[in-house]
Design a protein around this ligand. Sequence first.
Ligand code: GH3
Ligand code: MG
Ligand code: MG
Ligand code: MG
Length: 311
Amino acid sequence: TKPIDIVALTDRIDAVIGREEPKGYRVLVIDDDAVTSEYYGTVLRSAGMSVKLLNDPSQLLKVMTDFRPELLLLDVYMPMCNGIELAKIIRQDNSYLDVPIVFLSSERDLGKQLEAIQSGADDFLTKPIEADFLVSALSSRAERYRSLRSLIMRDGLTGLYNHTAIKEELGAEMSIASRNGGPMALAMLDLDNFKNVNDTYGHPVGDQVLRTLSRLLRQRLRRSDIVGRYGGEEFIVIFPDTSAAVARKVLDQIRIAFNKIQQHADQGDFSVSFSAGIADLEVTLDADELFDVADEALYRAKQGGRNRIEL
Ligand code: GH3
Ligand code: MG
Ligand code: MG
Ligand code: MG
């Protein structure tokens, strides 16, 4: 009999209990009228959405980075800024090319509505609107956006964030951490002598090892930690609100656990290790520099004999 593959088993349990993000779509409501936005905010919240109300459009870009809405519900007429102008500004940013923008306004003039759509919006709804209708119109758009995004952002082999996504996540986490003045750590992992694994057991077995490490990372790390596949056999972990020393401790336990896992191949069982380098946000506020610092630490871990973590 084959030994039980604990990693595969817990992965199945995770799938059953649904470890995915809850369906609370993040919706940003921008309306100068606090009463109106409170009302629609309440409607969407009671439908399980996570709603942020914004009455001051000058805060828009900051809120976009921190809250990362999956849909924007925009008013047209606001004293400080026109909603149509806001939509144009959002669409100019490459990161928000595809975030759904829906206007909700009492404007009935078709010319004005057309202008709003031409600014890059996806839909124009008119007030007053039936609560159920609003909820389902927004849910379906947010749902589609979330699915598309996860296709674009995920690595096909492991399901982790891919290179582009993890860099984006790092940028967002760094801006939050620097604003809160809190700690943050970045780890760069690299499998040891992985070329040998491929050469000895074949590429599909190598792929299996990559998947095993990915699952282990997702299982052992906290929900708030962010894991990505940076390149071939290189992984990144972002530890929000965590000092480098604590990140190292956590990762060291994962390192030991991973090394104990028996990998199976026709030629026999074997084990694999990884090395890692950790960078502390205290060192630099520049994302590229933080990567470099982690990479240098990783290099030292390799030089020091592999299967170890350096700060
Ligand atoms: P070191 O301990 O110094 O990191 O040695 P290494 O052999 O791991 O490093 P090297 O950079 O020489 O080799 C990395 C290997 O990772 C080579 C490549 O074939 C393998 N690799 C990269 N991406 C994948 C993948 O998606 N699947 C498989 N099976 N192997 C991959
Ligand atoms: Mg208004
Ligand atoms: Mg490598
Ligand atoms: Mg390697």
